[in-house]
Design a protein around this ligand. Structure first.
Ligand code: BES
Ligand code: MN
Ligand code: ZN
Length: 498
Protein backbone atom coordinates (compact mmCIF):
# COMPACT_ATOMS: atom_id res chain seq x y z
CA UNK A 1 0.00 0.00 0.00
CA UNK A 2 1.27 3.46 -0.83
CA UNK A 3 1.28 5.92 1.99
CA UNK A 4 1.79 9.63 1.54
CA UNK A 5 4.64 11.29 3.40
CA UNK A 6 4.54 14.36 5.59
CA UNK A 7 7.77 15.71 7.01
CA UNK A 8 8.75 16.92 10.45
CA UNK A 9 12.21 18.23 11.29
CA UNK A 10 13.31 17.55 14.83
CA UNK A 11 16.35 17.43 17.08
CA UNK A 12 18.11 14.09 17.10
CA UNK A 13 16.79 11.48 19.50
CA UNK A 14 16.84 7.72 19.17
CA UNK A 15 13.85 6.55 17.05
CA UNK A 16 11.14 4.68 18.99
CA UNK A 17 9.11 2.97 16.26
CA UNK A 18 8.82 2.16 12.56
CA UNK A 19 11.87 2.29 10.34
CA UNK A 20 15.12 3.96 11.41
CA UNK A 21 17.41 5.19 8.66
CA UNK A 22 21.11 5.96 9.17
CA UNK A 23 23.45 7.41 6.56
CA UNK A 24 27.02 6.30 6.07
CA UNK A 25 29.58 7.93 3.77
CA UNK A 26 32.17 5.96 1.85
CA UNK A 27 34.74 4.73 4.33
CA UNK A 28 32.62 5.94 7.28
CA UNK A 29 30.78 4.09 10.01
CA UNK A 30 27.21 4.24 11.34
CA UNK A 31 26.51 7.07 13.81
CA UNK A 32 26.63 6.35 17.55
CA UNK A 33 22.85 6.70 17.78
CA UNK A 34 22.43 3.52 15.74
CA UNK A 35 23.60 1.57 18.79
CA UNK A 36 20.49 2.68 20.67
CA UNK A 37 18.21 0.71 18.34
CA UNK A 38 20.64 -2.19 18.04
CA UNK A 39 20.93 -4.03 21.34
CA UNK A 40 22.58 -7.09 19.81
CA UNK A 41 25.11 -5.65 17.37
CA UNK A 42 23.23 -6.76 14.28
CA UNK A 43 24.19 -3.67 12.26
CA UNK A 44 27.90 -4.39 12.34
CA UNK A 45 27.23 -7.98 11.33
CA UNK A 46 24.93 -7.00 8.46
CA UNK A 47 27.42 -4.43 7.15
CA UNK A 48 30.13 -7.03 7.22
CA UNK A 49 28.14 -9.81 5.54
CA UNK A 50 26.75 -7.56 2.80
CA UNK A 51 30.19 -5.96 2.19
CA UNK A 52 28.53 -2.54 2.55
CA UNK A 53 31.08 0.22 1.97
CA UNK A 54 28.98 3.38 1.87
CA UNK A 55 28.62 3.47 -1.91
CA UNK A 56 25.95 5.98 -2.94
CA UNK A 57 22.40 4.59 -2.72
CA UNK A 58 23.52 1.16 -1.50
CA UNK A 59 21.22 -0.05 1.28
CA UNK A 60 21.49 -2.63 4.04
CA UNK A 61 17.91 -3.38 5.08
CA UNK A 62 17.72 -5.07 8.48
CA UNK A 63 14.75 -6.51 10.35
CA UNK A 64 15.30 -5.08 13.83
CA UNK A 65 16.26 -7.68 16.44
CA UNK A 66 14.16 -8.47 19.52
CA UNK A 67 14.64 -5.78 22.14
CA UNK A 68 14.95 -2.95 19.59
CA UNK A 69 12.31 -0.20 19.81
CA UNK A 70 12.05 -0.07 15.97
CA UNK A 71 10.91 -2.59 13.35
CA UNK A 72 13.50 -1.97 10.68
CA UNK A 73 16.94 -0.47 10.47
CA UNK A 74 18.24 0.82 7.16
CA UNK A 75 21.89 1.66 6.63
CA UNK A 76 22.17 3.82 3.53
CA UNK A 77 25.33 4.76 1.64
CA UNK A 78 25.80 8.36 0.55
CA UNK A 79 29.00 7.88 -1.42
CA UNK A 80 32.02 10.10 -1.59
CA UNK A 81 31.50 12.79 1.06
CA UNK A 82 33.13 15.69 -0.85
CA UNK A 83 31.45 15.07 -4.21
CA UNK A 84 27.77 15.22 -3.27
CA UNK A 85 25.56 17.57 -5.35
CA UNK A 86 21.96 18.65 -4.66
CA UNK A 87 20.70 16.11 -7.19
CA UNK A 88 22.52 13.36 -5.24
CA UNK A 89 20.59 14.29 -2.10
CA UNK A 90 17.25 14.13 -3.91
CA UNK A 91 18.25 10.79 -5.44
CA UNK A 92 19.16 9.51 -2.00
CA UNK A 93 15.82 10.65 -0.57
CA UNK A 94 14.11 8.88 -3.46
CA UNK A 95 16.00 5.69 -2.73
CA UNK A 96 15.04 5.78 0.95
CA UNK A 97 11.41 6.50 0.09
CA UNK A 98 11.30 3.50 -2.25
CA UNK A 99 12.65 1.23 0.50
CA UNK A 100 10.20 2.53 3.11
CA UNK A 101 7.10 3.11 0.97
CA UNK A 102 4.83 0.98 3.13
CA UNK A 103 6.07 2.21 6.54
CA UNK A 104 3.82 4.47 8.62
CA UNK A 105 6.72 5.92 10.59
CA UNK A 106 10.15 6.62 9.22
CA UNK A 107 12.95 8.35 11.14
CA UNK A 108 16.02 9.51 9.26
CA UNK A 109 19.11 10.75 11.07
CA UNK A 110 20.59 13.49 8.88
CA UNK A 111 23.88 13.48 10.69
CA UNK A 112 26.67 11.44 9.38
CA UNK A 113 30.19 10.49 10.32
CA UNK A 114 32.61 12.71 8.36
CA UNK A 115 29.98 14.81 6.53
CA UNK A 116 28.39 18.09 7.50
CA UNK A 117 24.86 17.81 6.09
CA UNK A 118 23.61 21.35 5.38
CA UNK A 119 19.97 22.38 5.87
CA UNK A 120 19.66 22.67 2.08
CA UNK A 121 20.94 19.12 1.66
CA UNK A 122 18.48 17.89 4.28
CA UNK A 123 15.65 19.66 2.48
CA UNK A 124 16.76 18.22 -0.87
CA UNK A 125 16.69 14.76 0.72
CA UNK A 126 13.08 15.29 1.85
CA UNK A 127 12.23 16.67 -1.59
CA UNK A 128 13.52 13.46 -3.15
CA UNK A 129 11.32 11.42 -0.84
CA UNK A 130 8.26 13.47 -1.72
CA UNK A 131 8.92 13.37 -5.48
CA UNK A 132 9.48 9.62 -5.38
CA UNK A 133 6.11 9.18 -3.65
CA UNK A 134 4.27 10.97 -6.47
CA UNK A 135 1.82 8.67 -8.22
CA UNK A 136 -0.74 9.76 -10.82
CA UNK A 137 -3.43 7.26 -9.85
CA UNK A 138 -6.55 9.43 -9.82
CA UNK A 139 -8.22 7.40 -12.56
CA UNK A 140 -7.61 4.01 -10.93
CA UNK A 141 -10.70 2.73 -9.16
CA UNK A 142 -9.04 -0.47 -8.00
CA UNK A 143 -5.71 -0.97 -6.30
CA UNK A 144 -2.97 -3.08 -7.82
CA UNK A 145 -3.98 -6.03 -5.60
CA UNK A 146 -7.58 -5.81 -6.84
CA UNK A 147 -9.11 -4.25 -3.74
CA UNK A 148 -11.14 -1.11 -3.95
CA UNK A 149 -9.00 1.98 -3.62
CA UNK A 150 -9.02 3.68 -0.23
CA UNK A 151 -10.92 6.91 -0.02
CA UNK A 152 -8.06 8.51 1.82
CA UNK A 153 -4.49 7.37 1.37
CA UNK A 154 -2.96 6.70 4.76
CA UNK A 155 -0.28 9.02 5.97
CA UNK A 156 3.41 8.34 6.39
CA UNK A 157 5.10 10.33 9.10
CA UNK A 158 8.70 11.07 8.24
CA UNK A 159 10.84 12.55 10.99
CA UNK A 160 14.08 14.06 9.79
CA UNK A 161 16.51 14.54 12.64
CA UNK A 162 19.29 17.09 12.60
CA UNK A 163 21.11 19.32 15.06
CA UNK A 164 20.20 22.16 12.67
CA UNK A 165 16.50 21.32 12.67
CA UNK A 166 15.14 24.87 12.61
CA UNK A 167 17.36 25.85 9.66
CA UNK A 168 16.24 22.62 7.97
CA UNK A 169 12.61 23.56 8.50
CA UNK A 170 13.23 26.86 6.71
CA UNK A 171 15.08 25.22 3.84
CA UNK A 172 12.20 22.76 3.53
CA UNK A 173 9.70 25.56 2.88
CA UNK A 174 11.70 26.39 -0.24
CA UNK A 175 12.32 22.80 -1.31
CA UNK A 176 8.71 21.80 -0.77
CA UNK A 177 7.51 24.74 -2.88
CA UNK A 178 9.74 23.54 -5.70
CA UNK A 179 8.53 19.95 -5.28
CA UNK A 180 4.89 21.10 -5.45
CA UNK A 181 5.73 22.96 -8.67
CA UNK A 182 7.32 19.83 -10.14
CA UNK A 183 4.32 17.72 -9.16
CA UNK A 184 1.94 20.28 -10.65
CA UNK A 185 3.86 20.03 -13.93
CA UNK A 186 3.66 16.21 -13.74
CA UNK A 187 -0.09 16.35 -13.09
CA UNK A 188 -0.62 18.57 -16.12
CA UNK A 189 1.46 16.35 -18.41
CA UNK A 190 -0.17 13.13 -17.19
CA UNK A 191 -3.72 14.46 -17.51
CA UNK A 192 -5.46 13.27 -20.71
CA UNK A 193 -6.52 15.81 -23.32
CA UNK A 194 -10.26 15.15 -22.95
CA UNK A 195 -9.96 16.50 -19.41
CA UNK A 196 -7.34 19.17 -20.03
CA UNK A 197 -8.20 21.35 -23.02
CA UNK A 198 -6.91 24.91 -23.53
CA UNK A 199 -9.68 26.43 -21.39
CA UNK A 200 -9.18 23.93 -18.57
CA UNK A 201 -5.42 24.41 -18.67
CA UNK A 202 -5.88 28.18 -18.48
CA UNK A 203 -8.03 27.65 -15.38
CA UNK A 204 -5.20 25.67 -13.78
CA UNK A 205 -2.88 28.62 -14.47
CA UNK A 206 -5.46 31.00 -13.05
CA UNK A 207 -5.50 28.99 -9.82
CA UNK A 208 -1.97 30.26 -9.11
CA UNK A 209 -3.55 33.55 -8.11
CA UNK A 210 -4.07 31.89 -4.71
CA UNK A 211 -0.28 32.12 -4.29
CA UNK A 212 -0.13 35.77 -5.30
CA UNK A 213 0.59 35.26 -9.01
CA UNK A 214 -1.26 37.75 -11.21
CA UNK A 215 -2.87 35.84 -14.06
CA UNK A 216 -4.36 37.18 -17.26
CA UNK A 217 -6.06 34.97 -19.84
CA UNK A 218 -6.27 36.14 -23.45
CA UNK A 219 -9.17 34.74 -25.48
CA UNK A 220 -9.34 34.03 -29.19
CA UNK A 221 -10.93 37.41 -29.82
CA UNK A 222 -8.12 39.24 -28.08
CA UNK A 223 -5.48 37.22 -29.89
CA UNK A 224 -7.15 38.03 -33.21
CA UNK A 225 -6.97 41.69 -32.36
CA UNK A 226 -3.27 41.34 -31.60
CA UNK A 227 -2.72 39.65 -34.96
CA UNK A 228 -1.54 36.27 -33.69
CA UNK A 229 -2.22 34.59 -37.03
CA UNK A 230 0.33 31.80 -36.53
CA UNK A 231 -1.05 30.58 -33.20
CA UNK A 232 -4.65 30.97 -34.38
CA UNK A 233 -3.94 29.04 -37.58
CA UNK A 234 -3.03 26.00 -35.48
CA UNK A 235 -6.07 26.41 -33.25
CA UNK A 236 -8.63 26.75 -36.05
CA UNK A 237 -9.03 23.00 -36.59
CA UNK A 238 -10.23 22.39 -33.06
CA UNK A 239 -13.70 22.96 -31.64
CA UNK A 240 -11.98 23.93 -28.41
CA UNK A 241 -10.88 27.58 -28.52
CA UNK A 242 -7.26 28.59 -27.76
CA UNK A 243 -6.04 30.60 -24.81
CA UNK A 244 -2.89 32.51 -23.98
CA UNK A 245 -2.22 32.59 -20.25
CA UNK A 246 0.10 35.20 -18.77
CA UNK A 247 1.33 34.59 -15.23
CA UNK A 248 3.15 37.42 -13.49
CA UNK A 249 5.07 37.01 -10.24
CA UNK A 250 6.22 40.33 -8.81
CA UNK A 251 8.71 39.33 -6.14
CA UNK A 252 11.48 41.74 -7.15
CA UNK A 253 11.94 45.51 -7.05
CA UNK A 254 9.29 47.41 -9.00
CA UNK A 255 11.84 48.93 -11.38
CA UNK A 256 13.56 45.63 -12.23
CA UNK A 257 12.91 44.25 -15.71
CA UNK A 258 11.30 40.79 -15.55
CA UNK A 259 12.73 37.52 -16.76
CA UNK A 260 10.37 35.52 -18.95
CA UNK A 261 9.52 31.87 -19.57
CA UNK A 262 7.34 30.81 -22.47
CA UNK A 263 5.81 27.36 -22.91
CA UNK A 264 4.35 25.35 -25.78
CA UNK A 265 0.94 24.18 -24.67
CA UNK A 266 -0.46 21.97 -27.41
CA UNK A 267 -2.97 20.03 -25.32
CA UNK A 268 -3.08 17.38 -28.03
CA UNK A 269 -1.11 17.13 -31.25
CA UNK A 270 -2.72 14.94 -33.91
CA UNK A 271 -0.47 16.56 -36.49
CA UNK A 272 -3.49 18.30 -38.03
CA UNK A 273 -4.03 17.67 -41.77
CA UNK A 274 -0.42 16.37 -41.93
CA UNK A 275 -1.75 13.74 -39.56
CA UNK A 276 0.48 11.55 -37.42
CA UNK A 277 0.47 7.74 -37.63
CA UNK A 278 -1.79 6.02 -35.07
CA UNK A 279 0.93 4.13 -33.18
CA UNK A 280 1.90 5.99 -30.04
CA UNK A 281 -0.22 9.01 -30.87
CA UNK A 282 -1.68 8.90 -27.34
CA UNK A 283 1.66 10.31 -26.15
CA UNK A 284 0.73 13.60 -27.79
CA UNK A 285 -1.41 14.44 -24.75
CA UNK A 286 1.97 15.45 -23.33
CA UNK A 287 2.65 18.03 -26.03
CA UNK A 288 1.98 20.72 -23.46
CA UNK A 289 5.05 19.77 -21.40
CA UNK A 290 6.60 23.20 -21.98
CA UNK A 291 3.50 24.98 -20.71
CA UNK A 292 3.35 22.56 -17.77
CA UNK A 293 6.95 23.34 -16.83
CA UNK A 294 6.31 27.09 -16.99
CA UNK A 295 3.18 26.74 -14.84
CA UNK A 296 5.01 24.51 -12.36
CA UNK A 297 7.89 26.98 -12.26
CA UNK A 298 5.56 29.89 -11.50
CA UNK A 299 4.06 27.81 -8.71
CA UNK A 300 7.51 27.06 -7.30
CA UNK A 301 8.69 30.69 -7.47
CA UNK A 302 5.54 31.99 -5.83
CA UNK A 303 5.50 29.28 -3.16
CA UNK A 304 9.05 30.09 -2.12
CA UNK A 305 8.47 33.84 -2.56
CA UNK A 306 11.33 34.31 -5.01
CA UNK A 307 12.79 37.83 -4.99
CA UNK A 308 12.46 38.27 -8.73
CA UNK A 309 10.03 39.61 -11.27
CA UNK A 310 9.01 36.75 -13.51
CA UNK A 311 6.64 36.40 -16.46
CA UNK A 312 5.28 33.01 -17.52
CA UNK A 313 3.42 32.82 -20.83
CA UNK A 314 1.80 29.69 -22.21
CA UNK A 315 0.19 29.27 -25.62
CA UNK A 316 -2.68 26.79 -25.30
CA UNK A 317 -4.13 25.19 -28.43
CA UNK A 318 -5.26 21.84 -29.78
CA UNK A 319 -3.91 20.68 -33.17
CA UNK A 320 -6.71 18.80 -34.96
CA UNK A 321 -7.62 17.78 -38.51
CA UNK A 322 -10.99 19.25 -39.46
CA UNK A 323 -12.99 20.83 -42.26
CA UNK A 324 -11.78 24.16 -40.92
CA UNK A 325 -8.19 23.10 -40.17
CA UNK A 326 -5.31 24.89 -41.84
CA UNK A 327 -3.81 23.21 -44.92
CA UNK A 328 -0.26 22.59 -46.08
CA UNK A 329 0.59 25.55 -48.29
CA UNK A 330 -1.45 28.03 -46.27
CA UNK A 331 0.34 31.28 -45.53
CA UNK A 332 -0.27 32.91 -42.16
CA UNK A 333 0.82 36.28 -40.82
CA UNK A 334 2.36 36.23 -37.36
CA UNK A 335 1.95 39.00 -34.81
CA UNK A 336 5.46 40.20 -35.75
CA UNK A 337 4.22 40.86 -39.29
CA UNK A 338 6.46 38.14 -40.70
CA UNK A 339 4.64 35.68 -42.97
CA UNK A 340 4.93 31.90 -42.71
CA UNK A 341 4.20 29.23 -45.28
CA UNK A 342 2.80 26.21 -43.45
CA UNK A 343 4.40 23.28 -45.28
CA UNK A 344 3.58 20.74 -42.57
CA UNK A 345 0.73 21.29 -40.13
CA UNK A 346 2.50 18.94 -37.69
CA UNK A 347 5.25 21.51 -37.15
CA UNK A 348 2.72 23.47 -35.07
CA UNK A 349 4.64 24.15 -31.88
CA UNK A 350 6.85 26.79 -33.47
CA UNK A 351 3.74 28.50 -34.86
CA UNK A 352 2.30 28.76 -31.37
CA UNK A 353 5.56 29.88 -29.80
CA UNK A 354 6.46 32.52 -32.37
CA UNK A 355 3.43 34.62 -31.47
CA UNK A 356 3.88 34.00 -27.73
CA UNK A 357 7.56 35.05 -27.92
CA UNK A 358 6.82 38.17 -29.92
CA UNK A 359 3.98 39.14 -27.59
CA UNK A 360 6.25 38.63 -24.59
CA UNK A 361 9.09 40.69 -26.04
CA UNK A 362 6.83 43.58 -27.10
CA UNK A 363 4.72 43.69 -23.95
CA UNK A 364 7.26 43.08 -21.19
CA UNK A 365 10.73 43.99 -22.57
CA UNK A 366 12.21 41.12 -20.52
CA UNK A 367 15.82 40.68 -19.40
CA UNK A 368 15.77 37.34 -21.19
CA UNK A 369 13.31 34.87 -22.65
CA UNK A 370 13.56 31.12 -22.23
CA UNK A 371 11.04 28.96 -24.02
CA UNK A 372 10.34 25.31 -23.34
CA UNK A 373 8.71 23.04 -25.88
CA UNK A 374 8.20 19.40 -26.77
CA UNK A 375 9.16 20.64 -30.20
CA UNK A 376 10.79 17.92 -32.28
CA UNK A 377 11.08 14.14 -32.41
CA UNK A 378 14.56 14.79 -33.81
CA UNK A 379 15.85 15.92 -30.42
CA UNK A 380 15.15 12.38 -29.15
CA UNK A 381 17.28 11.01 -31.97
CA UNK A 382 20.10 13.43 -31.09
CA UNK A 383 20.09 13.38 -27.28
CA UNK A 384 17.75 10.66 -26.07
CA UNK A 385 15.83 11.09 -22.83
CA UNK A 386 18.52 12.31 -20.45
CA UNK A 387 19.23 15.80 -21.68
CA UNK A 388 17.11 18.53 -23.24
CA UNK A 389 18.41 20.28 -26.33
CA UNK A 390 19.48 23.82 -25.52
CA UNK A 391 19.71 26.52 -28.19
CA UNK A 392 20.72 30.06 -27.36
CA UNK A 393 21.68 33.39 -28.90
CA UNK A 394 23.58 34.35 -25.74
CA UNK A 395 26.60 32.52 -24.31
CA UNK A 396 26.18 33.78 -20.76
CA UNK A 397 22.59 32.56 -20.53
CA UNK A 398 23.61 29.24 -22.12
CA UNK A 399 26.39 28.76 -19.57
CA UNK A 400 24.06 29.57 -16.67
CA UNK A 401 21.53 27.05 -17.94
CA UNK A 402 24.15 24.37 -18.42
CA UNK A 403 25.45 24.86 -14.89
CA UNK A 404 21.94 24.82 -13.35
CA UNK A 405 21.32 21.58 -15.22
CA UNK A 406 24.40 19.85 -13.85
CA UNK A 407 23.55 20.86 -10.29
CA UNK A 408 19.86 19.94 -10.34
CA UNK A 409 19.96 16.91 -12.62
CA UNK A 410 17.60 18.56 -15.17
CA UNK A 411 20.42 18.45 -17.65
CA UNK A 412 20.79 20.22 -21.01
CA UNK A 413 23.18 20.03 -23.92
CA UNK A 414 23.90 22.99 -26.15
CA UNK A 415 23.15 22.55 -29.83
CA UNK A 416 24.55 24.62 -32.72
CA UNK A 417 22.82 27.39 -34.62
CA UNK A 418 23.90 29.55 -37.54
CA UNK A 419 23.06 31.18 -40.88
CA UNK A 420 23.62 27.95 -42.83
CA UNK A 421 20.73 26.40 -40.86
CA UNK A 422 18.66 29.56 -40.98
CA UNK A 423 18.51 29.62 -44.74
CA UNK A 424 17.00 26.12 -44.75
CA UNK A 425 13.66 27.66 -43.72
CA UNK A 426 13.54 30.39 -46.37
CA UNK A 427 10.30 30.03 -48.36
CA UNK A 428 9.52 30.51 -52.02
CA UNK A 429 6.24 32.28 -51.22
CA UNK A 430 6.51 33.80 -47.75
CA UNK A 431 9.16 35.16 -45.38
CA UNK A 432 9.80 31.65 -44.07
CA UNK A 433 8.38 28.14 -44.05
CA UNK A 434 7.64 26.16 -40.93
CA UNK A 435 9.92 23.19 -41.75
CA UNK A 436 13.31 22.67 -43.34
CA UNK A 437 14.40 19.41 -44.92
CA UNK A 438 14.70 16.09 -43.09
CA UNK A 439 18.13 17.15 -41.92
CA UNK A 440 18.85 18.98 -38.64
CA UNK A 441 15.16 19.08 -37.70
CA UNK A 442 15.69 20.34 -34.15
CA UNK A 443 18.06 23.07 -35.31
CA UNK A 444 15.85 24.44 -38.06
CA UNK A 445 13.00 24.56 -35.52
CA UNK A 446 15.23 26.66 -33.26
CA UNK A 447 16.22 28.91 -36.18
CA UNK A 448 12.54 29.51 -36.81
CA UNK A 449 11.97 30.66 -33.21
CA UNK A 450 15.08 32.85 -33.30
CA UNK A 451 13.43 34.97 -35.99
CA UNK A 452 10.91 36.13 -33.35
CA UNK A 453 13.12 37.17 -30.44
CA UNK A 454 14.90 40.23 -31.82
CA UNK A 455 17.98 41.03 -29.75
CA UNK A 456 16.61 39.80 -26.44
CA UNK A 457 18.93 37.19 -24.83
CA UNK A 458 17.05 33.98 -25.51
CA UNK A 459 17.22 30.25 -25.13
CA UNK A 460 15.01 27.49 -26.47
CA UNK A 461 14.85 24.18 -24.61
CA UNK A 462 13.58 21.28 -26.70
CA UNK A 463 12.14 18.97 -24.06
CA UNK A 464 10.43 16.40 -26.33
CA UNK A 465 12.75 13.74 -24.88
CA UNK A 466 12.73 14.76 -21.24
CA UNK A 467 9.19 15.92 -20.38
CA UNK A 468 7.15 12.81 -21.10
CA UNK A 469 7.35 9.02 -21.47
CA UNK A 470 10.04 9.35 -18.86
CA UNK A 471 12.23 6.47 -17.76
CA UNK A 472 11.76 5.64 -14.08
CA UNK A 473 14.36 7.32 -11.88
CA UNK A 474 15.18 7.73 -8.20
CA UNK A 475 12.93 10.76 -7.95
CA UNK A 476 10.32 10.04 -10.60
CA UNK A 477 8.22 7.01 -11.41
CA UNK A 478 5.60 8.90 -13.38
CA UNK A 479 5.11 9.31 -17.15
CA UNK A 480 5.33 13.06 -16.95
CA UNK A 481 8.60 14.11 -15.32
CA UNK A 482 8.10 17.77 -14.43
CA UNK A 483 11.36 18.43 -16.27
CA UNK A 484 12.45 22.06 -16.30
CA UNK A 485 10.89 23.31 -13.07
CA UNK A 486 13.93 22.60 -10.92
CA UNK A 487 16.32 23.74 -13.66
CA UNK A 488 14.74 27.15 -14.09
CA UNK A 489 14.02 27.69 -10.43
CA UNK A 490 17.74 27.18 -9.85
CA UNK A 491 18.67 29.54 -12.68
CA UNK A 492 16.51 32.26 -11.14
CA UNK A 493 17.79 31.59 -7.61
CA UNK A 494 21.45 31.63 -8.61
CA UNK A 495 21.51 34.62 -10.97
CA UNK A 496 18.36 36.71 -10.96
CA UNK A 497 17.31 37.27 -7.35
CA UNK A 498 17.98 39.95 -4.75
N1 BES B 1 4.95 17.48 -30.75
C1 BES B 1 5.77 17.06 -31.82
C2 BES B 1 7.18 16.66 -31.40
C3 BES B 1 7.32 15.48 -30.47
C4 BES B 1 7.66 14.24 -30.97
C5 BES B 1 7.18 15.62 -29.11
C6 BES B 1 7.82 13.16 -30.13
C7 BES B 1 7.34 14.54 -28.27
C8 BES B 1 7.67 13.31 -28.77
C9 BES B 1 5.89 18.19 -32.83
O1 BES B 1 4.81 19.04 -32.93
C10 BES B 1 6.07 17.55 -34.18
O2 BES B 1 5.15 16.93 -34.62
N2 BES B 1 7.22 17.72 -34.76
C11 BES B 1 7.53 17.15 -36.02
C12 BES B 1 8.21 18.21 -36.85
C13 BES B 1 8.31 17.86 -38.29
C14 BES B 1 6.95 17.87 -38.93
C15 BES B 1 9.22 18.87 -38.96
C16 BES B 1 8.44 15.96 -35.78
O3 BES B 1 9.26 16.00 -34.87
O4 BES B 1 8.29 14.98 -36.50
MN1 MN C 1 3.35 18.32 -34.28
ZN1 ZN D 1 3.62 19.18 -31.29
Amino acid sequence: MTVHPTFTFAKSTAPKKGAAVFLVAKGGKPPAMAEEVDPSGVIAKAIDISKFDGKAKSVVDIVAPAGSPVDRILIVGIGDADAIKPSDWTALGGTVRAKTASEKNVSVLLECDGVDISPEAAADFAQGMLLRAYDFDKYKTVKKDGDEKDEKPSAQKVTLMSDKSSACKKAWQTAEGIARGIMLARDLVNEPANILGPVEFAARAEALSALGVEVEILTEKEMKKLGMGALLGVAQGSVRPPRLAVMHWKGGKAKDKPVAFIGKGVVFDTGGISIKPAGGMEDMKGDMGGAAAVTGLMHALAARKAKANVIGIIGLVENMPDGNAQRPGDIVTSMSGQTIEVINTDAEGRLVLCDALWYCKETYKPKFMINLATLTGAILIALGQNRAGMFANDDELADQLFEAGEVTGDRVWRMPMGPEYDKMIDSRFADMKNVGSRHAGSITAAQFLKRFVGDVPWSHLDIAGTAMASPASDTNQSWGSGYGVRLLDRLVADHYEG
